[in-house]
Write a protein that binds this ligand. Structure first.
Ligand code: NDP
Length: 418
């Protein structure tokens, strides 16, 4: 059915590419292009022999002209951006220039947060909007008109969270509620990789996210809190009792706009004490900084140096045991009565590893990346503009989750988070 250019070949992309090859009726031809071509070639060597025809290329996706040249030579129906959030805008620009649909798994954030023009816009947004995360949707929403006029679709954030969590919200609104009052997104990783400290996905993105202030949406505005200052315990199905902490998370921003009348949206993620102790220590000594320092005549960025020291997230697969449990708890009204609803997925690290050679964090993101791409390629989701997952019909996406490895479960009597 289609031809897809996939940019990035890290942990998440590897799963998405495995899944595209399993779904060869839709993904007939793919090109894997990334900064380090040898990784693309190694994955092609592993997957060649199936029905999907695979090609590889080298590309620096920070360079719009390079991406344009690659798109023009390969002529894909869709570009899947599974590189890093830093490349979102350059790849969107290239898609617009070439007339191709776009999708990604995380919203834009700049690599250099000291750049004066960006910093001025950021400080204005912090004041006006009331949250201080470095990432937000404004940069990509600014492309809405351009994509509409070009008759192209950009699907933003089709991973698990963001991504599946928003499909859960759209599903709850369509089938379970007349009005949703509160949404709690709970992201639990009960996996153990046996290292004293490692991150489950790109360390730079992960550590920046969890060391930043938390925030939630309440009664029409943001409430910001110091990092890790709201803690709750929750007993997760098939995982057990875990500590979880309130974080800022990107899908809160779009859900606040797209779920009419919602009064509160919070996001919680589980962390063990050892992870938090390591992170605080690294932060205190300056290792999480993104500001370059000069070391013996060479400029280095502390968090990038740390990334080089930490285990590669892609290498955690064989070691990680246990399960993830990610889902949304809703309260609201149906037919005039109060109602609660919980929809979640449980995913087993070792089962993921056996299937695609990756742990569950990459798996739970890579599968929805393939599904989002499938929605666009098949024309199931088809409206010009820039959209997040909850803005489309959730039913075909929810059905595909069951089919492609992330089946969901529901409960009508969940324990609520206070
Ligand atoms: P990795 O660091 O494992 O992989 C990133 C890949 O992008 C690497 O192959 C890297 O190449 C490539 N890359 C980086 N910069 C460039 C560039 N300038 N040009 C071309 N390729 C480049 O990251 P993950 O796989 O863990 O994460 C991928 C994305 O998924 C991120 O945006 C992340 O934020 C997102 N994510 C989303 C989640 C969700 O639930 N929505 C959850 C987890 C992650 P190289 O090998 O040379 O470094």
């Amino acid at each position: 059915m289609g031809r897809v250019l996939i940019i990035g070949c890290g942990g998440v992309a590897s799963v998405a590419i495995h899944k595209c090859c399993q779904n060869s009726e839709v993904f007939e031809e793919i090109m894997i292009a990334s900064r380090t071509k040898s990784k693309c070639d190694a994955l092609k060597a592993k997957l060649d022999g199936g029905k999907t025809k695979i090609e590889t290329a080298q590309v620096d996706a920070d360079n719009v002209e390079e991406v344009i040249a690659l798109i023009n030579s390969y002529k894909p129906d869709l570009v899947m951006n599974i590189a890093l959030p830093y490349q979102d805008l350059t790849i969107m620009d290239a898609c617009l220039a070439c007339g191709v649909n776009y999708m990604d798994t995380a919203n834009y954030e700049p690599e250099d947060i000291e750049e004066p023009e960006w910093k001025a816009a950021y400080e204005k947004r912090c004041k006006e909007e009331g949250f201080s995360a470095y990432f937000d949707y404004s940069y990509q929403w600014a492309y809405k008109k351009k994509f509409e006029e070009a008759g192209l679709t950009a699907l933003l954030g089709s991973g698990f969270d963001p991504g599946v969590t928003q499909a859960y919200c759209a599903y709850a609104l369509k089938h379970e509620f007349d009005e949703i009052d509160t949404i709690d997104i709970l992201d639990c990783n009960g996996g153990d990789h046996g290292y004293p400290f490692a991150t489950n996905f790109n360390p730079e993105i992960n550590l920046r996210e969890v060391s930043a202030p938390g925030s939630y949406w309440e009664n029409g505005h943001w409430v910001e809190i110091p990092a890790m200052s709201i803690k709750r315990e929750y007993n997760f199905d098939q995982v057990g009792q875990k500590d979880m902490y309130l974080l800022h998370h990107e899908e809160i921003e779009s859900l606040a706009k797209n779920i009419p009348g919602v009064k509160r949206i919070r996001f919680f993620m589980t962390f063990g004490q050892s992870y938090l102790d390591h992170m605080r220590c690294l932060e205190n000594v300056g290792m999480l900084s993104t500001t370059p320092i000069n070391y013996e005549g060479k400029e280095i960025v502390p968090i990038q140096f740390l990334k080089a020291l930490l285990p590669d997230p892609a290498s955690l697969g064989p070691r990680t045991k246990g399960k993830t449990n990610i889902g949304c708890i809703f309260t609201g009204k149906k037919d005039g009565k109060e109602k609660t609803f919980y929809v979640y997925n449980v995913c087993d690290h070792q089962e993921c590893y056996q299937e695609v050679g990756s742990q569950a964090i990459s798996y739970t993101t890579g599968v929805p990346a393939m599904i989002g791409a499938m929605m666009l390629l098949t024309g199931t989701w088809n409206k010009p503009g820039v959209y997040t997952v909850e803005e489309f019909d959730p039913d075909p996406y929810m059905e595909a989750l069951n089919k492609w490895g992330l089946p969901w479960q529901t409960s009508y009597e969940p324990v609520l988070v206070d």
